[in-house]
Design a protein around this ligand. Sequence first.
Ligand code: AR6
Length: 217
Amino acid sequence: MEKRITEMHINQAKLSIIQGDITKQATDAIVNAANPSLMGGGGVDGAIHHAGGSAILEECEQIIAWQGRLPTGKAVITTGGNLKARFVIHTVGPIWRGSNVISAWGGSSAKFVIHAPDPIWHEGNKREPELLASAYRESLKLAVENNLTSISFPSISTGAYGYPVDEAAKVAIITVASFIKVVGTSIKEVVFVLFDSATFESYSSVLGKIAGKSKQA
Ligand code: AR6
């Protein structure tokens, strides 16, 4: 049986996973899985704005007025408002479009509908892995630019944006681990705060595999 792993150390930094609510985290920054409007939404975005208060939205409005909508894979930083975290880093993950499942029953005169997964399902076919990795990297870069030492991430894109969790977990953990491997960043702690147990298990499994591989190396 695979051993459950919830943390690993890379250089001077600790990477860990917990199950919980990211709005309660006391790391220097928490990351928001936002949309390009930065005007709030559902899921973790709604929870962060609700808990952090109007100061966050006011800064988001200023950012949008200054630079326009936030492109997918990019990140910006605002105050944490009433949160324990001093800062919120807002990033936009990709909407998953990798599936090619045909589901147009309505209006079709065909008797059967063939639900055929796209052969490159696991890669995502609209640059999703690349854009998801960029969302994590750009968030970490902003943390370093602001000399922050700790940061919490949710599972970006795996809620409303539909990214398959097992695939997203690989991208998330590998991207963060590669980033903190670079000696000399200010970051000492990265926490993935996963809301539900299925997401937690998925990240735990990826962390276990990576920890196993790095031991063999
Ligand atoms: N703490 C940690 N994780 C949470 C919390 C929380 N308080 N609440 C939800 N999650 P989603 P996305 C998990 O949909 O897929 C918004 O409307 C959730 O269970 O929040 O990137 C934005 O405005 C899931 O595992 O983000 C965008 O329009 C993960 O966070 C859109 O959703 C991400 O789910 C972004 O979609």
